[in-house]
Write a protein that binds this ligand. Structure first.
Ligand code: APR
Length: 236
């Protein structure tokens, strides 16, 4: 079914959430017991307020996430998406993920709505650094300002240019495939609806039900994304 829809579509966009990287060993945010926000309050560790008022906790939370990204790697599913982009089967990826794994796996047109843990910048002067700073526990810029990962914190807006590109791609999509997102965080969760309203077929592949299942043409629950994509690869 999914492979048939992909073959028929001239413009397929893939949209990924944290469920795309759990098979690489990175936790998602809302899965029962294992989700990051099951054990941490996002406002306390991943917000502009945390950066300003509890910076040591902010630094340690994000150092753990940077180390996690360095210890883990893209899985076969990431590699298949990169291969399908090269073959013109998919036209781009809109991702909420900050692990950078789509780019590491070779995908080129990747819209990182929430930024990336692969880069760090100074909150005061904007100077850019590699994330090895956090690995080496270097948390301050030469100017004295705080270093922070180049991710979107709670309380911040999404990068304008990336957002507008994702709008354009969602409106253009004939097929829009969600992989591994609970679709609970705005405005990132609006893109599947925008694609649907613009005439695309909407597919949701997610272990658990999502808040937007009712709008989807096809929903695949209770299956790992890696297995679903491997099966599609055999049918393409
Ligand atoms: N296969 C299929 N689905 C999976 C898999 C898997 N291997 N692993 C996890 N999932 C599903 C879970 O059931 C869950 O519903 O992926 C979904 C991930 O949802 P969330 O943890 O809410 O992650 P996401 O939707 O990406 O969160 C959006 O919230 O905190 C912010 O900025 C953060 O980008 C993140 C945003």
């Amino acid at each position: 079914m999914l492979a048939d829809l992909m073959k028929k579509s001239n413009y397929t966009i893939v949209y990924t959430g944290a469920g795309m990287s759990t098979e690489s060993g990175l936790p998602d945010f809302r899965s029962a017991n294992t989700g990051l926000w099951e054990n941490e309050d996002p406002a306390a560790v991943a917000s502009t307020e945390a950066l300003n008022k509890d910076v040591e906790r902010f630094f340690q939370f994000y150092r753990t996430r940077v180390l996690g990204v360095k210890d883990c790697h893209p899985h076969k599913g990431h590699e298949l998406l990169a291969k399908w982009e090269k073959e013109g089967i998919i036209r781009g990826i809109i991702t909420q993920n900050v692990d950078g794994f789509h780019s590491v796996a070779g995908s080129e047109k990747v819209m990182e709505l929430h930024g990336t843990l692969q880069k760090v910048h100074c909150q005061s002067c904007g100077k850019k650094y590699g994330n090895e700073t956090y690995e080496e526990e270097i948390f301050y810029c030469k100017c004295g300002g705080k270093l922070r990962p180049s991710v979107v914190l709670f309380g911040e807006g999404l990068p304008e240019d990336t957002f507008m590109k994702a709008v354009e791609e969602s409106e253009r999509a004939e097929l829009f495939i969600v992989l591994g997102s609970s679709l609970t965080v705005t405005p990132a969760n609006q893109f599947p609806l925008l694609a649907k309203e613009s005439g695309a077929k909407l597919i949701i592949v997610n272990m658990e039900p999502t808040v937007f299942d009712e709008y989807a043409d096809v929903v695949i629950h209770d299956r790992k994304i890696g297995d679903v994509l491997a099966e599609v690869a055999e049918q393409l």
